[in-house]
Ligand binder design. Structure first.
Ligand code: DGL
Length: 197
């Protein structure tokens, strides 16, 4: 698995739970964190370098444990390394659209994830009749990497990013970045009990 940093650890945890017999190799690409503000070309080059490293270390399958890299590079990776299966991330709009009662869903993600086609395709396919409010969240990944999970600065960012979603009437919020589950307690506290993450 790879990610721009510790975010993919939230994916690693689930993979370990479901596939306890596998040997897992995790690349936290903190040298190039954050990925979110980077261009698609840059992200494709970075993702290819990470995949190359994992394959050179005998990975038989690569999980792109990052929504940003998946949005920009998943199809490119599959074309570049045809012998290796790739599993990518996409913000979980499908379950959110199925469970919302207010018919408004918010998506928190990085700028590059929101710019990519992957999310677009999922919204078009699974969120028919649901208003999807997409909110780019620059700066959140940096706070999480710094371990600033429960600080006034992180709360300020979260308040700013949650406001348009809550004002639109969302009752369901999608964490569209593998780093964001680390902020679940703060997002719950600031969004209120009526909102499902
Ligand atoms: N964990 C990455 C994601 O899921 C964070 C990207 C970043 O480094 O900005 O999008």
């Amino acid at each position: 698995l790879f990610d721009s940093g510790i975010g993919g650890a939230t994916v690693l945890r689930e993979v370990r739970r479901r596939l306890p017999a596998e040997h897992l190799l995790y690349l936290a690409d903190q040298a190039r964190c954050p990925y979110g503000p980077r261009s698609p070309d840059e992200l494709r080059a970075i993702a290819a370098a990470c995949a190359r490293w994992l394959i050179d270390h005998r990975a038989k399958l690569v999980v792109v444990a990052c929504n940003t890299a998946s949005a920009a590079a998943l199809s490119d990776l599959r074309a570049r390394f045809p012998a290796t299966p790739f599993v990518g991330m996409v913000p979980p709009v499908k379950p959110a659209a199925a469970r919302t009662r207010s018919r408004v869903v918010g998506v928190l993600a990085t700028p590059a994830t929101l710019a990519g086609n992957l999310l677009h395709d999922v919204v078009a396919r699974w969120a028919d009749g649901v208003q999807v409010v997409s909110q780019p969240c620059p700066g959140l990944v940096e706070q999480i990497e710094a371990g600033a999970l429960d600080t006034p600065a992180t709360d300020d960012l979260l308040r700013r990013y949650l406001a348009p979603i809550l004002n639109a009437g969302a009752d369901t919020i999608v964490l569209g970045c593998t780093h964001y589950p680390f902020l679940t307690p703060r997002i719950r506290a600031l969004a209120g009990d009526h909102v499902t993450l």
